[in-house]
Design a protein around this ligand. Structure first.
Ligand SMILES: [Mg+2]
Length: 197
């Protein structure tokens, strides 16, 4: 559906960028993981639980034609609480749960993860990085890799830094939906986006 069917030559598709933890799946509410992972880190794929309405919200956005891309800070990797491989297994479980029940297709096109943190202890990842939200790096990379039109794209997150990352990447501020302020949950955020097109 990319490219040729669109009237405006090279314009990419619209996306919805999604934060992962406490936007799509429970994080803070889980039992604290073993240190050096910290409360709010999810480092065990068997503990992945979708938040109520997360699947419904993603289904509605995807069926409306939005491409769904997860952008997630995982400073736990820099802190030595999980490896990139472990984070990948958690993400794989999330993607498995976010499958369109009618179509049997995965709803999430790509997951971008930032393993860096300036206070990390794992030398390879112990620094600031443009991918780390509120930096725009993950969104910019996804737009480049996947041919997305940021001017028509949206973001949903539960933290101010998610919104800041979207705005820094060039998304309109009123297309960055903060859960708890602009919408209660994913279905409400989806309704807001579908009404705002
Ligand atoms: Mg979050």
């Amino acid at each position: 559906m990319r490219g040729s069917a669109m009237s405006g030559a090279t314009r990419g598709d619209a996306a919805v960028f999604l934060d992962r933890d406490d936007t799509l799946m429970a994080a803070r509410a889980l039992p604290a993981p073993p240190p050096p992972a910290a409360p709010g880190d999810v480092v065990d794929p068997s503990l992945v639980r979708l938040l109520p309405g997360a699947l419904e919200g993603c289904v509605r956005l995807r069926r409306a034609g939005y491409r769904l891309v997860v952008v997630s800070n995982q400073g736990v990797v820099a802190r030595g609480g999980a490896t990139l491989e472990t984070v990948g297994r958690v993400n794989a479980r999330l993607r498995e749960l976010l499958t369109d029940p009618a179509m049997g297709e995965g709803l999430i096109e790509a997951v971008y993860v930032c393993p860096f943190h300036p206070k990390g202890t794992v030398a390879e990842f112990a620094r600031e990085h443009p991918w780390r939200k509120p930096g725009p790096g993950m969104i910019e990379a996804a737009a480049r890799d996947l041919g997305l039109d940021l001017a028509r794209s949206w973001l949903i997150g539960d933290a101010p830094r998610d919104i800041e990352a979207g705005v820094a990447a060039g998304l309109a501020a009123d297309r960055c939906v903060l859960l708890g302020r602009d919408a209660r949950d994913m279905p409400e955020a989806a309704s807001r986006i579908l009404a705002g097109r």
